[in-house]
Design a binder for this molecule. Structure first.
Ligand code: F6R
Length: 239
């Protein structure tokens, strides 16, 4: 696991976007795995700039997002489809038909999502954030390392943390559809970003902790091509 320590989230976004842009140039038909949340927003802003100012070409790429809230329509302002359109897809020359996000509504056969990823040739580069409790995607502590895409229960701490985006507590989804840990580990390369002191404990378990399902992120120690970009605050327990 390569660890890159940066000053803050802004710099993390620049470093991550530079890596992603490099990979797109090397392989214009790359399959990217994408994350939502606060952390990757600066990465997406930098990618938008690279497209608009430097003609970085997204026209032939395919993307698969990690997760979606159960019950939210793509048009809901808190859905992850809406987030991706607002923060990235609406501002770059991507073919939206080639952007995939698990459906939060049609929950018949969530594992079909893994088949779609496989049919696209697998994920070349997976971007990840990190939950305070060590979740990746919405794979909460206790999730099997063998998990594939599934409907999952969100931990109470995740529900509380997400409540900042909803006007009432009752509206905050308690379940999501998420790629599993095995789905994520199948990616050929992984790029995880974590910034802020509230991520320091999870970063410790990600880099130095025992590999245990109690800290889902710890499975990434077993991945042969993972880079993590963390700021000084998130790195504070690594010394
Ligand atoms: C988002 C996702 C989550 C977030 C994590 C961190 O698609 O799968 O694992 O990456 O909850 O969220 P932020 O970046 O808001 O701290």
């Amino acid at each position: 696991m390569e660890v890159i320590i940066v000053k803050d989230n802004q710099e993390a976004g620049t470093v991550a976007a530079n890596i992603i842009a490099e990979r797109i140039k090397q392989n214009p038909k790359i399959v990217l795995g994408l994350a939502t949340g606060s952390t990757p927003i600066t990465t997406y802003q930098t990618l938008v700039k690279k497209c608009q100012e430097d003609n970085l070409d997204f026209s032939r790429i395919t993307t698969f997002n990690l997760d979606e809230y159960k019950g939210l329509l793509p048009t809901h302002e808190q859905s992850y489809r809406y987030f991706m359109n607002q923060n990235l897809f609406d501002h770059i020359n991507i073919n939206k038909a080639q952007t995939f996000i698990p459906s939060g509504i049609d929950l018949q056969d969530p594992e079909q999502y893994d088949n779609s990823i496989e049919s696209a040739g697998g994920i070349d580069l997976q971007l990840l954030g990190l939950g305070v409790n060590g979740h990746v995607g919405f794979n909460e502590p206790g999730t099997s390392f063998d998990s594939k895409t599934a409907v999952v229960d969100l931990a109470q701490s995740t529900i509380s943390s997400n409540s900042r985006f909803f006007s009432t507590k009752e509206e905050v989804p308690t379940q999501a559809v998420s790629m599993g840990l095995a789905s994520i580990m199948n990616a050929k390369e992984i790029l995880l970003i974590a910034t802020g002191s509230n991520k320091a404990e999870a970063v410790y378990h990600l880099v130095k902790g025992k590999v245990t399902e109690q800290w889902p992120c710890s499975i990434l120690q077993k991945h042969s091509n993972t880079t993590i970009i963390i700021d000084k605050k998130a790195a504070s327990l690594l010394e």
